[in-house]
Write a new protein. Sequence first.
Lengths: 212, 187
Amino acid sequence: MMNACPEKVIRMMDDYLDGEISPSEEKELKDYLQSCSDCRKIYQELTKTIAFVQSVSHVQAPPDFVQKTMAGLPKESQRVGVKRFMRHHPLMIAAALFVLLMSAAMMSSFSDDQQFSFTKQENLVVEGQTVVVPEGQTVIGDLTIRNGDLRVDGELEGDVTIVNGQYMASSGVINGEIEEIDQVFEWLWYTIKGTFQDAMSFFGGDDQSIEE
Amino acid sequence: MDALVNKRIKRVMKGDQDAFAEIVELYQHQLFQICYRMLGNRHEAEDIAQEAFTRAYVNIHTFDQNRKFSTWLYRIATNLCIDRIRKKKPDYHLDAEVKGTEGLNMYSKIANDEELPEEELMRMEVQERVQYEISRLPDKYRAAIVLKYIEELPLAEISEILDLPLGTVKTRIHRGREALRKQLSNL
């Protein structure tokens, strides 16, 4: 159909051009091409065709191709975005978290400031704004009192922290340390210390989950 | 390079778009080239290449990481190109009826309908002419020829991209080559 040359020669030509010819057939093909001008012409045209196709210069994607392609993608999940942000900006995250926790702690402490509160322990009695350890009773555990006073008539086994209040001299016994915090500045410092420790332990514990 | 690509693909699988941007960066020119040679038109090539990347991104979970990523990506792109070519040519179903050795003549007949006049062909630059002749090839020969001679991929990889037995790929390359030889004989 396409020429008068034997099919075998055409097949050998194809094998040769595919780079899949045996050395013996390659020799056979070359010998044959010497003897047949029609076959030689086809062979030359084929190699010329391949050269032409290969010579087509390589085109490049347009310069904004990546940007355009990315803009066309469906949006990524937010979780990954946050994760990547944390991976790339650990300090920023630390700072932001610190500020956040700080302000949260401050806010809550400011509102708490106005209220009378104390650690609930067994045997404690409250008289107005005063927490009382009654005579003959023993309270075991630490005690924190805000905006109130403390009077110990019995025995207290634990440390005491009093914010905006005072420890009133009394006949009881306290087996622990007493800390009175009256001034706003001191209270702030106390809060900051606590928050900072919270923040540090938060980062210490969360490291693995960020790194996966 | 494969290890680098696989690392990025793992991140893409978790939904990380930045990692995918690096993949696009890496393969954009080759993919665009395939589409351009298949379609013969920059605008369409850009369109289809973008679509191919988008599909790869959306279907990244179906990619088998033990295989070569480029093979998978090129396969998406060539399929999209073939779809596009067939949509442009509504009478392409003729393809189904012409199997075997008669195929070439039938294809040439279809191609001849769109043939440019001789004098116009003569005015073309060589590169322009070659592209024109490639785009006149039936789509299945075109894909095989582009992957073999422009992307210079090994036959085994072409067979994987086109999802065809090696023998079929060879046949298509041989027929495409023969068709091009005839089309370019006056050059």
